[in-house]
Design a protein around this ligand. Structure first.
Ligand SMILES: Nc1ncnc2c1ncn2[C@@H]1O[C@H](COP(=O)(O)OP(=O)(O)OP(=O)(O)O)[C@@H](O)[C@H]1O
Length: 319
């Protein structure tokens, strides 16, 4: 296990970046003793005040990367720093806090008792202030066990605010919430980030990345595969999506065409991610019985499917 120092040129001595990951590698060994590389040379610099969405298919390495950022695990090689110091130091100094997917709450405590108990670890913490900012003041007397998933996440958010962190890391904070709860949660976080906090959040929901993030970092197989604003990623991915009502047999034949990057099924429609939508239209019209054909610009989700291994899997097996 080794952490190397960054060369001076890579450091911002006066105002260090919120987070720097430099050529980070993390391997695990499974039960059979086989080695597996979860994070494979990942480099990323997050500037102060940025709101960064961290996207990747299941198993891409998001949680492992976040765990390294929070000092919960150390890289096998490469370097991680927060505000110019080791992650554990930044966490101890209260500069970084996290909202993780689950756990960490005692079901029999009330919301207020939970915040007060954890607030006692942070002398001077503004208990009422963080409850108000997280939108849980009205829930103060409710037992944690009786809070909905969205309310529990807002409680975790309040707890994360107790140390007045400069950097907030959220690992799929709205997993399992319905659309209304998600919208409320993000409205709460958005208000807080307007005060200049740096935020990095992992999500599976493309619309969260699209609506909320200044910057979208897509990872796949432990590496960064795209990095930029949601609109710049969409723009960089040339091509369009062609969708149609089509039989599974025809869809399989069309998906094998060289102008098709991937194919997914949503509802009754097949969506083909095409490098040349005109050529694909000709194939659909002349060689298949497809109906209700539509052509649309690529969405962030389609860009994601085209860039990552999830798209390759989809291409291999259209239903
Ligand atoms: N402690 C561990 N031991 C062995 N393998 C692990 C361990 N933690 C993670 N992995 C493996 O490393 C890979 C990356 O996992 P990680 O949880 O970082 O992915 P993720 O992008 O967060 O995925 P998801 O979207 O499903 O949460 C996965 O294949 C996972 O099975």
């Amino acid at each position: 296990m080794m952490e190397t120092q960054l060369p001076p040129s890579a450091r911002e001595v006066t105002s260090p970046a919120a987070a720097v990951l430099d050529a980070v590698v993390k391997r695990f060994t499974n039960a059979k003793g086989e080695e597996f590389t979860a994070v494979n040379g990942l480099s990323l610099r997050i500037r102060r005040g940025e709101i960064v969405a961290f996207l990747g298919p299941n198993g891409a390495g998001k949680t492992t990367t976040i765990d390294m950022l929070l000092g919960l695990t150390r890289p096998d090689s490469g370097h991680v720093e927060l505000f110019g110091r080791a992650p554990q130091q930044a966490v101890r100094a209260g500069q970084v806090a996290a909202v993780l997917q689950s756990g960490g709450l005692l079901p029999d405590l009330t919301v207020e008792a939970t915040v007060r108990m954890l607030g006692s670890l942070h002398p001077g913490a503004d208990i009422e202030g963080v409850m108000a900012r997280a939108g849980i003041s009205a829930l103060r007397h409710r037992r944690v066990a009786e809070c909905s998933g969205g309310e529990q996440q807002r409680l975790r958010f309040a707890i994360a605010l107790l140390s007045s962190p400069d950097f907030l890391v959220l690992d799929e904070p709205t997993a399992g919430m319905d659309v209304v709860a998600r919208r409320e949660f993000w409205a709460t976080v958005r208000e807080d980030t307007q005060r200049g906090m740096t935020v990095m959040f992992a999500t599976h929901y493309m619309e969260e990345a699209d609506q909320f993030a200044d910057r979208v970092v897509m990872i796949d197989e432990g590496r960064v595969v795209a990095d930029g604003s949601a609109s710049s990623i969409r723009a960089a991915m040339t091509g369009r999506t062609v969708s149609a009502l089509i039989s599974p047999a025809d869809a399989r034949a069309v998906a094998a065409s060289p102008v098709v990057r991937s194919c997914v099924v949503r509802g009754e429609r097949h969506y083909f991610d095409a490098t040349d939508s005109d050529a694909l239209l000709r194939v659909l019209v002349t060689q298949t019985s497809a109906t209700e054909i539509e052509v649309a610009p690529r969405s962030l989700e389609e860009a994601f499917m085209a860039i990552t291994s999830q798209g390759r899997t989809a291409q291999e097996g259209p239903r």
